[in-house]
Design a binder for this molecule. Structure first.
Ligand code: 9WO
Length: 245
């Protein structure tokens, strides 16, 4: 029996976990043993009786930095990662994308280090060869919300967590396009009607409309994704190529 996908979160706030991950699909999967979650309380590895985890930054400046000896001891207390990615959540990390999420979900699991204060001593990142990952160009109060988001993105892809139909929805994004608009009943809501094509029952026209909408939205909102999509499709068979306009 292979071990379930395992997430270990190294944090000053273990009580934040599983948090939202205890609910809905992730929570059911956790309860069913489809994945495992462990936490390591960084403060439990503080050396002094005051359980100090931070200190003033060398070179001066605002705030405090998490001590390397304490964070190192907490990381060493994390179960052996047996090939699992070891990630530090930070704004200066490599932006997380669905390709990386899929790769993480396909592995044995992840060990996630969550920083607080102004960050952790950089020597720990080097000593543990941590992969720095960002969920966006903004600064949170700590790495924990980013860790929860990353775990949600990975867990939903694990076998048995979501139905195959929903998993196919991933294909849209996997093609590098944004999601097309969704509609459900009532067909007329406050005078706002659902596009007629979606009521036509013509599956090929619905498919084409959804593809066109995904391409339109991607062109309008994410020119970076659109450029990559066009370049990728340029190597695909001619009939797969997206319209140029
Ligand atoms: C703090 C900070 C402040 C200004 C500019 C850049 C900065 N980076 C950090 C930082 O990495 N802080 C550490 C982790 C410790 C303090 C809280 N942390 C954090 C992680 N804030 N925001 C994130 C984060 C992680 C992943 N994706 C986006 C934001």
């Amino acid at each position: 029996m292979t071990e379930p996908w395992t997430a270990t979160v190294v944090t000053l706030f273990p009580e934040m976990f599983p948090g939202p991950l205890a609910h809905s699909l992730a929570g059911r999967a956790l309860a069913d043993g489809l994945w495992r979650l462990a936490t390591v309380d960084i403060r439990a590895h503080a050396a002094d009786r005051h359980r100090t985890v931070d200190d003033a930054p060398f070179g001066g400046g605002p705030g405090m930095v998490m001590r390397p000896d304490v964070v190192d001891a907490a990381l060493r207390a994390a179960p052996a990662s047996n090939g699992a990615a070891r990630i530090y959540l930070t704004p200066r990390g490599r932006p997380l994308d669905q390709a990386r999420v899929r790769a993480l979900g396909a592995g044995p699991g992840v060990t996630l280090l969550c920083g607080r204060f102004e960050g952790i001593d950089d020597r720990v990142i080097d000593a543990h060869a941590l992969e720095e990952v960002s969920l966006g160009d903004y600064v949170l109060s700590g790495g924990e919300p980013a860790a929860i988001a990353l775990l949600d993105a990975c867990v939903r892809l694990l076998p048995g967590v979501i139905g195959s139909a929903e998993a196919l929805a991933e294909e849209t994004f996997e093609a590098g396009l944004l999601e097309y608009p969704h509609f459900t009943r009532p067909a007329d809501w406050c005078g706002r009607r659902v596009p007629d094509v979606l009521l036509s029952g013509h599956h090929e026209r619905v498919r084409a409309w959804r593809r066109d909408e995904a391409e339109r939205l991607t062109r309008e909102r994410r020119p970076d994704l659109w450029r990559r999509h066009v370049e990728t499709a340029a190597h695909a068979a001619p009939h797969d190529r997206p319209r140029k306009d």
